[in-house]
Design a protein around this ligand. Structure first.
Ligand code: FES
Length: 106
């Protein structure tokens, strides 16, 4: 299992377990993590799954593609470590990943 820690804007941590192959968004939705709405179901057209990957982890992810970059440009609170969680597939190498939920998602 892969442990993911979502941190909400208040600093509260939501630790969840995931499996390789799941998207970061699906894990958050399944665990009812507040702030990950994912209204398009993972099709990269809503940006309601926006999150900030912890800087120590960001470089371990495959970079966002052009479509994701375009969608991120339309979101509030874009940071250098912003990602659309539906576009982040999980692997065993991401065990311990820390993800911050953008305050604007609440
Ligand atoms: Fe819609 Fe990620 S769920 S862009």
């Amino acid at each position: 299992m892969i442990k993911i820690v979502f941190v909400d804007p208040t600093g509260k941590q939501h630790a969840v377990e995931a499996s390789a192959g799941q998207s970061l968004m699906q894990v958050a939705v399944d665990a009812l993590v507040p702030g990950i709405e994912a209204s398009c179901g993972g099709n990269c057209i809503c940006a309601t799954c926006h999150c900030h990957v912890d800087p120590q982890w960001y470089g371990r992810l495959a970079p966002p593609d052009v479509l994701e970059q375009d969608m991120l440009a339309c979101t509030n609170e874009v940071q250098p470590t912003s990602r659309l969680s539906c576009q982040v597939p999980l692997t065993e190498a991401l065990d311990g990943l820390i993800v911050h939920i953008a305050a604007s998602q609440h």
